[in-house]
Design a protein around this ligand. Structure first.
Ligand code: MN
Length: 237
């Protein structure tokens, strides 16, 4: 068997092909792998565990069914950082802290979403620090659902506009300094992260770093870990 790692699916109410690929993938893997790790941004946005949007019904039901047969772990990303205990109850998944070190198939593997490593983006790091503050989160979650949805829509539009204007810039990638600090702090494990949408395998001295591919429409990918090591598995068309 094998452990699978995916991230950056960005499921939303207007991504039917993508959502279907996720449902099909869970059905195909259920009971056939050792564990599934979803390393952030499973959802394009998450406005709170009480979100009753109808598009969430199918993926949450599929996650629950999957988790009944196969261990399922989810890390928060920079879009779905408000995932909480209510999500765990609705999905059957166990939330992971960022970063989390695991040992599997004789390897020490450090898992992270990756946004904390993009240290050249000072404005984002400032937002990150603020939005991870429990008081800020409490104030956000106390707003009515409709208002939270409006805030999420606004943030999404803003982010789309920034992407169109600046494209993939250097500040949206991880920095070598942040990666080396994180690897050193954990005695140089193998690092797996997503977030940057730049799938690759990088070397850092004796360690290496795998960047998971993001999903888009009807295609995606995963990293697979088994006795033979880590490799890329494409998904969809
Ligand atoms: Mn991300």
């Amino acid at each position: 068997m094998a452990i699978h790692f995916i991230s950056d699916l960005h499921l939303a109410d207007d991504t039917p092909a993508l959502n279907q690929l996720f449902l099909d993938t869970l059905a195909a893997w259920r009971g056939r792998i050792d564990a599934l790790y979803i390393l952030g941004d499973l959802f394009e946005y998450w406005v709170g565990d009480d979100d009753d949007s109808p598009y969430l019904d199918a993926p949450l039901a599929a996650l629950r069914e999957f988790a009944a047969a196969t261990p399922l772990f989810v890390m928060r990303g920079n879009r779905d950082f408000l995932l909480g205990a209510g999500f765990e109850a609705r999905s059957g998944a166990k939330l992971l802290e960022d970063p989390t070190l695991i040992e599997a198939y004789g390897q020490r593997i450090l898992l992270s979403h990756g946004d904390a490593l993009c240290t050249d983006d000072a404005a984002y790091q400032q937002f990150r620090a603020m939005s991870r503050n429990p008081q800020w989160q409490q104030a956000m979650l106390a707003k009515p659902l409709a208002e939270r949805h409006a805030i999420a829509r606004h943030a999404r539009a803003q982010s789309e506009m920034n992407k169109r204007q600046t494209g993939l810039t250097a500040i949206s990638d991880v920095t070598e300094t942040a990666v080396r600090e994180l690897l050193a702090a954990h005695r140089w494990p193998t690092l797996i992260h997503g977030h940057t949408h730049r799938p690759a395998h990088h070397r850092h001295d004796a360690s290496s770093r795998w960047v998971i591919q993001d999903w888009h429409e009807a295609s995606g990918g995963c990293l697979l870990l088994d006795d033979a090591g880590i490799r890329v598995l494409p998904l969809g068309r």
